[in-house]
Write a protein that binds this ligand. Sequence first.
Ligand SMILES: Cc1cc2nc3c(=O)[nH]c(=O)nc-3n(C[C@H](O)[C@H](O)[C@H](O)COP(=O)(O)OP(=O)(O)OC[C@H]3O[C@@H](n4cnc5c(N)ncnc54)[C@H](O)[C@@H]3O)c2cc1C
Length: 834
Amino acid sequence: MPTILWLLLALLVFGVLAYRRARGAAWIAAIAALIALSWAGALLPRWANVALTLAAIVLVPPLSLPRLRRALLSDALLRVFRKVMPPMSQTEREAIEAGTVWWDGELFSGRPDWQKLLSLPAPKLSAEEQRFLDEEAETLCAMVSDWETTNVYKDMPPQVWQYVKDKGFLGMIIPKEYGGLGFSAYAHSQVITKLSTRSGSVAVSVLVPNSLGPGELLLHYGTDEQKRHYLPRLAKGLEIPCFALTNPTAGSDAAAIPDFGIVCWGEHAGKRVLGLRVTWDKRYITLGPVATLLGLAFRAYDPDHLAGDKEDLGITCALIPTAHPGVNIGRRHMPLNAVFQNGPNSGDNVFIPMDWVIGGQPMLGRGWRMLMECLAAGRGISLPSSNTGMAKLAVRATGGYARVRTQFKVPIGKFEGVEEALARMGGNLYMMDATRVLTASAVDLGEKPAVLSGIAKLHITERARQVINDAMDIAGGKGICMGPSNFLGAAYMQIPVSITVEGANILTRSLIVFGQGAIRCHPYVLKEMAAANEPDAEKASVDFDRAMWGHVGFVVSNLVRTLVMGLTGSHFVRVPDAVAPSTRRYYQQLTRFSAALAFLADVSMGSLGGALKRKEKLSARLGDVLSSLYLCSATLARFEREGRQESDAPLMHWAIWDAMFKAQNAFEGVISNFPRPLISSLMRMIVFPLGRPYVVPSDKLGHEVARLLIEPSPTRDRLTVPMYLPTAEGEPVADIERALVATLAAEPIEAKLKAAAKAGALGTALAPGEGIEELAARAVSAGVIDAREARTLVEQRALVAKVVKVDDFGPDLGASLLQPATSTRASARVGAAA
Ligand SMILES: Cc1cc2nc3c(=O)[nH]c(=O)nc-3n(C[C@H](O)[C@H](O)[C@H](O)COP(=O)(O)OP(=O)(O)OC[C@H]3O[C@@H](n4cnc5c(N)ncnc54)[C@H](O)[C@@H]3O)c2cc1C
């Protein structure tokens, strides 16, 4: 009995130390105390006490004295580590090392400091940014009709191009000193979000120059002269930039581009200068067909050693005026009917002077690192913002439509089946928007969040796809038949573009989120890798020893924490006092998932080693857990930042339950497919010792979310701000908004008619062939409703009829498309705005 008690005590003491990540001294003290207790109380048989004491004397000093530990253990392990460490190319290394680690580091720590998240300053627009959003962005939205842009102009109309250039939309990220708007990432994101609620083509045309491209690259790496020359011209729209990386043979594997430049002497502006003879073949280049300034990525070679010792210099970025002889540009692709400018370009042996290389000669071969560094910020803003914008449009318009469109005499939004889709739309949008804003805030705090921007891009575009698919299902034929009154079809068509660009989603999910996250966000892995690559033997030994033993403690701690939190339902996890009571449990559960992720990540990396890189399905699922943790963090932070709006709470709760359930499934996917059966069973026992606790969001919660979408309310406004809300008659969104208000006003009147019909006071509710006017008149005569109510009813029916109507065209569809019914009115508006 005493032996069992001692063992239980030892287990408890070690468990507490591991759970709390105690330092080495605390472990030594605990071991000494336990052995002393055992001797003093004779709690263990004498032989066991002797064995334990000897083991402690033999093991503790080498483990606690760094020099001895290194000589006896760590150096040997370093040699093994060097052998098993998967090989990494220079481009892989640069991709992994790019950007910074921020909140993702906390999520990977197994013990996120929630206070840090909650203390982040709320993103705010300056007065100037707010004015731009309310005036210039509003006017730009009013100027365009997506239908005309797509079908009449097949481009942004000339007046719209001019307005975009004149007002500085193309230079939002360029600092004021160069004539740009110098906006924060948050302001940039707000503008793109707003434009995307109106026209995808306009949003893309604006977002590309503000994302990864000549502007961003020049700002960070350009020579002073390049900056002085190009940045003011880009800011004022005197140059239209594009950036060309993709080649027909190298899409996702962009580092493998075959486009090349040979360092050589050549003739430029009447002088003999050092430069490069460049050959390239690019496709899919946004703004390419109309660009005046081509940002070009190619591989530079120096066979004659004119620039240094190396021959293969690596990927290089240059800026080439498209008027330069030999640049072939102008042909267009047609990306799923979207008409933003996009097309191929090429050049064959085109000589460019060395000072066209971004950053000049010293930056030869540094292009990949430049691109990876800049991608981290741009990827976190452009597509997350444009896709959140499209989802806002879909949610607002479809929610309204679902209330005014009736079938079986019931608004379709009140059917449980439709409610389910509406709930997904609302919950997803709340989370997408939260993630967009948190990621933009990180950029404004000076971060280049490489992993988090990948997560934001991947999950916001995936959720946008879900939102728009749900919206299409709800809208039925109204979403399918194209025409000026279709408010969804264009967004539906453009979703695959978002999925594919800036890191195609399958690749991002399978390779980047966890692949990069596990190395970058892990507190020890990158340090171990750096130590293994360290040429100074003494430094390598010291660094590896420190990182490796830290890593061992980290794994043990996460194992214990995962198990303990699993057994206790994470009820004892400490949460900052300042969180909304209704969300406390989420923080506790997310802490549990963070520890479980860290534990599974280490077990996976430890047992599969380099093979994990090829096990994309496992890697993707571990990435899904990390992503869910980030999306939930953003959602909780939003709820707090917005003052815990009680009426928005169902959106927040739905989003968290959904994401937690998905994270749990991702864990299960890893565990049940883990290729080592014994490890898989152990993983399950540790991660889910009492089974899987999370379930899908309840139907009741889904019902509450759906109700929020089908009637006007501050919640619906908060969810869709800063959406452009047109007011002109004939605008589909404006018509829906009016019909929605009218429908809510008409519903009680209709209830009176129904009750009267049931009581026999009105004959029938609607006699065969009878119009609403006749029915209303009958009801007024019968004293069921008054004249004002009759008018309300008649007006509502007219507004709903407009909303339900779909466009039709003459038999010659092609010719008719060019003359839509709205063209005169929209053109007039364009003229007025211009
Ligand atoms: C409308 C549009 C605009 C664009 N704008 C630009 C631009 O301005 N500049 C520019 O340089 N490029 C641009 N691109 C190119 C874009 O970045 C590429 O399309 C993208 O990188 C994917 O390349 P790909 O289309 O050749 O697909 P592929 O590389 O052939 O990929 C096909 C599929 O395979 C998957 N895949 C590939 N490798 C892996 C892997 N290791 N693991 C798992 N899955 C994998 C991908 O995720 C994808 O689903 C644009 C593309 C489009 C369509």
